[in-house]
Design a protein around this ligand. Structure first.
Ligand SMILES: [Zn+2]
Ligand SMILES: [Zn+2]
Length: 59
């Protein structure tokens, strides 16, 4: 699977939100591997809902 930003490179992980590939250079310093800020936010929101933090935090 190629990296979503570098088609010529092999991905080492896939985005936890959209399952696109992420190469070593693009992988964020985060346990939740997300290909973009949008995916990262979506994933974080989902996780926070799952563990029951108050939604008021986001507004
Ligand atoms: Zn993604
Ligand atoms: Zn890349």
């Amino acid at each position: 699977m190629p990296c979503c930003n570098h088609p010529e490179r092999a991905a080492i992980v896939e985005c936890v939100n959209c399952a696109r590939g992420i190469c070593a250079e693009c992988v964020p310093e985060d346990p939740q591997h997300a290909c973009s800020a949008a995916c990262h936010t979506e994933t974080a929101l989902l996780n926070w809902r799952l563990i029951g933090l108050p939604s008021a935090i986001f507004y």
